[in-house]
Design a protein around this ligand. Structure first.
Ligand code: LIP
Length: 274
């Protein structure tokens, strides 16, 4: 019974996010020990590792039968697998490059998925004091205030959030550039925060209408996809099919009409699944 006591799990996620927030705030303006992972732009700091270790060890203590997917555990070689079991999906510092630059869009993202579906999600940016929370069938909130997508349907009147992250692959960069050109020519404006989790929160709170990315990971989006659907938005695969958390891409929109306009426009390239 205890393992699926979602009130208890939600309170635990909130407590752990706030504890992690104190660690991020404490280190935010200080010099950081930085290591490169897959490229000079894919970084990890001691803060990412410290927070993930703390969060996962606490969750393992409280919920020994649950499963875990974490960005740094996966980078350290632990198998990244989503089963029907209760699974905590953690990005200790989303927007690590921002964190390294003390650019104030960095957050912790904690989600609980059961039967491969999101039950609860918490995204906390301690620098700007933004606490986003969502529970299945219970709505989405920012600092306790209910949030909703804008509902806009016209791309020419929409803000599109899109990360133009560098890919060390010419073919992929050509797709990125083609997609960017089509969108810049058709939408009201483009934006990017450098954190997928916070980019998606902008759509959930109605500050932007679309977010899409090809190449992100499960831990970047596991909490924010629930924030968007609980805020009345749409979450799909970029091809228009159902969203698959493990296939490294997502399309989020303020309305089904807007999502379909995006599906018609976007080219997709395949990445290795998580
Ligand atoms: C980042 C994502 C961002 C993506 C970056 C990176 P990290 O996550 O939030 O959307 O463009 O490549 O994946 O590494 O800061 O947790």
């Amino acid at each position: 019974m205890n393992s699926l006591d979602l009130d208890d799990c939600f309170q635990t996620a909130l407590d752990l996010a706030k504890e992690a927030g104190l660690i991020i705030s404490e280190a935010f303006k200080k010099a950081k020990k930085v290591e490169e992972k897959t490229s000079p732009r894919d970084l990890v700091t001691e803060t990412d590792k410290l927070i993930e270790d703390q969060v996962i060890s606490k969750l393992q203590e409280l919920y020994p039968n649950h499963k875990f997917i974490g960005e740094e555990s996966t980078a350290a070689g632990i198998k990244c697998e989503l089963t029907n079991d209760p699974t905590w999906i953690i990005d200790p510092v989303d927007g690590t490059l921002n964190f390294v630059h003390s650019f104030p869009y960095t957050c912790i993202s904690i989600a609980l998925w059961v039967d491969k579906k999101p039950c609860l999600g918490v995204v906390y940016n301690p620098v700007l004091q933004q606490l986003y929370t969502a529970r299945k069938n219970a709505g989405a909130f920012l600092n306790g205030e209910r949030i909703r997508v804008s509902g806009k349907e016209d791309l020419s009147r929409s803000l599109v959030v899109m990360e133009m992250g560098y890919r060390p692959d010419e073919k992929k960069m050509e797709v990125v550039h083609r997609n960017a050109k089509k969108l810049i020519e058709r939408c009201h404006g483009t934006r990017a925060l450098g954190s997928a989790a916070l980019d998606m929160c902008l759509v959930a709170e109605g500050a932007a209408e679309v977010y899409w990315e090809n190449g992100l990971h499960a831990w970047d989006m596991a909490a924010s996809v629930l924030l968007i659907t609980e805020a009345g938005g749409v979450v799909l695969d970029i091809t228009g099919g159902p969203h698959d958390l493990m296939n490294r891409r997502v399309l989020c929109a303020a309305s089904p009409q807007l999502a379909q306009q995006m599906v018609q426009l976007l080219e997709v390239y395949d990445e290795d699944r998580d």
